[in-house]
Design a protein around this ligand. Structure first.
Ligand code: ACO
Length: 322
């Protein structure tokens, strides 16, 4: 049976680290509050790299690790809510920089579910169009969208990118999925709103900063993520107990603990790196996956559940056998 397999993973984060104590010097917050409410201790914040720079570092790492040449890449999808530009797409910039001249490239916008959406989309395109290799990257420089005087959002997010190289093969690896969108709840989390104004002729363009109803998103995540994982398991025809690792979008360690409790699964099956990176939206699942692969924490034939949730609102779970 034709399917696609993850043959390489990689991630890149900016060098510059901002700790909770650093933030408490510029806003009314504390390390104690941030750690207790979110699990975040520090985040990497870009001082020079834009989204395409981080994504390009990941793409180059994927080529190096897999041994696949840039000319053999057929498709590049970047999931991002913080692209360099409206156009050209971040994926097109990556293509230009790595010389993947034979690939079709575009971005998708599904916030923190973006990486899972993009991986599902890439697999579908690869199987339908007989593509051999695809690069899927989640990349964000969220720091450029934040209002650094708003403590309710500024403490939560970080910058980074992570990705996978997919190759077509003859064994089933993508066992099942559940992707959902809740457009009627979209106003709970908005970033980069581009308003229309009758002042446009005066050049008054404005891009809004991140706004979020944290408590409603928290309730949404703890209710919908367990449902998404159960639905994906049912699609994959496996039991929850067969999943070796749950790699959830890293938005809040309390959300992860609550999902583990609702699913009656041990917390040690839920990998966590939010303490180091904060919430990196579309990049978070891919960074976590790449880190676990780097540490040899995922073994051949193990089953992972990648589960994203966030802006849209959206949820997305993929069940993958390694
Ligand atoms: N430091 C100190 N105090 C703060 C801070 C801060 N950084 N932020 C808020 N507070 C205060 C509030 O003003 C409030 O004070 P009050 O009681 O005097 O009114 C108090 O702390 C409690 O605030 P809440 O908003 O009720 O705090 P809560 O426990 O809900 O935690 C949080 C907030 C962390 C945002 C939580 O709601 C959350 O994680 N929600 C989910 C967010 C999420 O998952 N986002 C994912 C999607 S992101 C994406 O898609 C890109």
């Amino acid at each position: 049976m034709k399917d696609v397999k993850i043959v390489a993973t990689d991630f890149a984060v900016p060098e510059h680290i901002v700790t909770n104590d650093d933030l408490s010097k510029i806003m009314d917050t504390s390390d104690k509050w941030i750690v207790k409410r979110t699990g975040i201790k520090r985040r990497h914040i870009s001082q020079k790299e834009n989204t395409s720079d981080l994504a390009t570092q990941v793409a180059m790492g994927l080529l190096k690790k897999s041994g696949v040449s840039a000319q053999d890449i057929d498709l590049i999808i970047v999931a991002t809510m913080s692209p360099d530009n409206m156009t050209p797409a971040t994926a097109a910039i990556v293509q230009g920089k790595i010389g993947a001249v034979n690939s079709v490239c575009f971005d998708i916008s599904a916030a923190c579910s973006g990486f899972s959406y993009a991986a599902s989309l890439a697999r579908g395109m690869m199987l339908t169009n007989h593509l051999q290799h695809a690069i899927v990257i989640g990349a964000e420089v969220l720091s450029k969208l934040l209002d650094w005087t708003d403590r309710s959002t500024a403490v939560l997010f970080g910058d980074g990118a992570g990705g996978v190289l997919l190759e077509q093969n003859n064994t089933k690896h993508f066992l099942g999925q559940s992707l959902r969108t809740f457009g009627n709840k979209g106003d709970r989390l908005v970033a980069g709103h581009l308003g229309v104004t009758d002042d446009v002729l005066k050049n008054k363009r404005k891009l809004s900063a991140f706004t979020m109803n944290g408590q409603e998103v928290y309730r949404f995540a703890t209710h919908e993520v367990p449902r998404s994982i159960l639905k994906a398991c049912s699609d994959a025809q496996i039991e929850l107990e067969q999943i070796d690792h749950f790699l959830l979008h890293q938005a809040n360690s309390r959300i992860i603990a609550q999902v583990a409790k609702k699913l009656k699964q041990p917390l040690n099956k839920f990998a966590i790196d939010i303490d180091e990176y904060g919430n990196t939206a579309a990049a978070s699942e891919a960074i976590l996956l790449a880190e676990m692969m780097q540490k040899d924490e995922i073994k051949p034939d193990e089953i992972i559940a990648l589960s994203g949730f966030g802006g849209g609102l959206t949820t997305a779970t993929l069940i993958i056998k390694y």
